[in-house]
Write a protein of this length. Structure first.
Length: 322
């Protein structure tokens, strides 16, 4: 497909972090001054995940009150409208926006207000995925998930676990997600971004419906087969994964391998602003570098509908689009 065709193609994005996807215009407005693109986006020669994570400082300051969260939700849908995203799942960590004046429920409600306004104005359907953070206590993470569960089906669609995977393996969070599952809260889990295939296996055992990144499955045919049999979605974020050195080079990226294994692969941006990317750019990138066919792009959009944390009516509408 041409870039124009990729732009107009109805698209679905399932792995997009709010704070990493806020526009420069929004950030400058909230901070009250000019911000350079280099302060918000990593360079072409980004060396590590730690360097990548430094770019979250400024946007994080913009979502510390209700007005900022409302405007942030609206801002990210406005960006997506420009490239015909028709359904998205936006993930964020409510505990990172908590203040003495704004507890977890207020944080979630403010973001939902902004997204709802964006849905009305731009026609994009959405769900919110609330992220537990690996460096937070189990007690605080469970408190957040219990609060988010109150909004399930009312804008919130699932939970997640994000943060420094290499420092905090999935084995430390099995009990947290056992309790999450008991609450009836669906979840996806960041796993296999930092080289540990065991984190992917533990995430599957915990009951994850999807895996964020999953790159560590490369070359592990048996693990791929297990996830394929269970129909677990794989949220791949090619440009981000190359920037954070989840793989060493472009040629090592396992998208074609995962597709050929029959895995339910989806393509996503991860962080639109930090990675300086769009879903159109990701699709252009994988067609150019991995020979991904037009039919495989359509397949990944259908996969995204299939593994989305959306109700049957929304999925039916999305299938008609894609």
């Amino acid at each position: 497909m041409t870039v124009k065709e990729l732009t107009t193609l109805p698209k679905i994005e399932l792995h997009c972090h709010l704070d990493g996807s806020l526009s420069r215009t929004f950030i400058e407005k909230r901070l009250g001054g000019k911000v350079s693109q280099s302060e918000l986006s990593v360079s072409e020669d980004c060396r590590s995940l730690n360097e990548y994570l430094e770019k979250f400082d400024l946007p994080g300051k913009c979502i510390m009150d209700e007005a900022g969260l409302r405007e942030a939700g609206y801002d990210v849908l406005r960006s997506m409208k420009q490239e015909n995203v028709c359904y998205t799942e936006i993930r964020f960590a409510p505990l990172l926006s908590e203040t003495p004046d704004m507890k977890c429920n207020k944080v979630i409600e403010a973001l939902l207000d902004g997204l709802e306004k964006g849905k009305r104005d731009f026609g994009i359907e959405y769900g919110v995925i609330t992220c537990a953070m690996r460096h937070h206590s189990q007690k605080d993470n469970y408190r957040m998930i219990k609060t988010a569960r109150e909004y399930l089906g009312e804008g919130v669609c699932a939970a997640d676990l994000a943060g420094a995977e290499a420092l905090y393996p999935m084995s430390e969070f099995m009990e947290l997600f056992r309790k999450t599952r008991k609450l009836g809260m669906p979840f996806t889990l960041h796993a296999g971004e930092c080289g540990s295939v065991q984190n992917i296996l533990d995430s599957v055992e915990a009951g994850a419906g999807r895996i964020g990144h999953g790159i560590a499955m490369r070359g592990h045919a048996e693990v791929q087969k297990e996830l394929q049999k269970k129909g677990i979605g794989i949220e791949m974020c090619p440009i981000s994964n190359l920037q954070t050195k989840a793989v060493e080079s472009t040629k090592d990226y396992p998208m074609k391998e995962f597709l050929e294994s029959g895995l339910k692969v989806t393509v996503n941006t991860d962080n639109r602003t930090v990675s300086n990317t769009t879903l159109t750019k990701e699709l252009e990138f994988i067609q150019k570098n991995y020979g991904i066919t037009d039919e495989e792009i359509h397949l990944m959009m259908r996969n995204a509908v299939d593994v989305a944390f959306a109700d049957a009516a929304v999925k039916e509408r999305m299938l008609k689009y894609v």
